[in-house]
Design a protein around this ligand. Structure first.
Ligand code: GLP
Length: 236
């Protein structure tokens, strides 16, 4: 595991975008595992700039997102599908048919979860998985628990996550209580992982997750067992 500290969010974003751009350059048909949250936004902006400058081509890329709130339609302002459209997909030449986000309105959620894992394996697995980290150590919506959840599953959000994510909603009551999330199995099978964390508030959890014991109480700690992880942390 490489842990890289940088002094600004701008550098975090530039460095993160470098790794993703390199992945696409080496393998134009890459499968990218993508993430939402505030941390990757700068990376997406940087990738859009590179695309506009003619340096990057998404035409053969496939993307598969980590998670989606249950009960929000794809065009809901806070759905993760909409987040991805606004922050990346609408601004680059990725084929819309090759962008996958779980369906938070699926009538049969278990079937949706199973189909999502099948999709990942049909795609040949994820080449590069981008992750953020929650204040409680969650990745995707894999919340702290007694055991690591391997498959894509329906996750109950913890109160601290609901509170943290309420900044994007009118109030806490509007934050969905459940989400579909890729499990740690799908994440750990990615060939490369890039986790980005920014802000002083994340310092303690980054330290506990990557310098402490591996435990499902801190889901991100399992990444210590992955052979190719880069963590970029900025205190800014
Ligand atoms: C949400 C997402 C996670 C993300 C986390 C941290 O809960 N499901 O994938 O990593 O928030 O977000 P931020 O980067 O805004 O702190």
């Amino acid at each position: 595991m490489k842990i890289i500290s940088v002094e600004s969010y701008r550098k975090l974003s530039r460095f993160g975008a470098n790794l993703i751009a390199a992945q696409i350059a080496v393998k134009p048909r890459s499968v990218l595992g993508l993430a939402t949250g505030s941390s990757p936004v700068g990376i997406y902006r940087d990738l859009i700039d590179r695309y506009r400058a003619g340096e990057l081509d998404f035409s053969e890329v496939t993307s598969i997102n980590l998670d989606e709130y249950i009960g929000l339609s794809p065009d809901h302002p806070q759905s993760y599908r909409r987040f991805m459209q606004e922050n990346l997909f609408d601004h680059v030449n990725i084929d819309p048919a090759r962008t996958f986000v779980p369906n938070g309105l699926a009538p049969d959620l278990d079937a949706e979860c199973e189909a999502y894992d099948k999709r990942i394996s049909d795609l040949g697995g994820i080449d590069l998985q981008l992750l953020g980290i929650g204040l409680d150590g969650h990745i995707g919506f894999n919340e702290p628990s007694d055991a690591f959840m391997k498959p894509t599953h329906v996750a109950e959000l913890h109160q601290s996550t609901i509170t943290a994510n309420s900044r994007f909603f009118a109030n806490e009551d509007e934050v969905p209580r459940r989400a579909i999330s890729m499990g740690v199995g799908g994440i750990m099978q990615a060939r490369k992982i890039l986790l980005v964390a920014n802000g002083i508030a994340k310092r303690t959890i980054v330290d506990r997750a990557f310098n402490g014991p591996i435990t499902p109480r801190i889901p991100a700690s399992i990444l210590q067992l992955h052979p190719d992880v880069t963590v970029i942390y900025s205190m800014e």
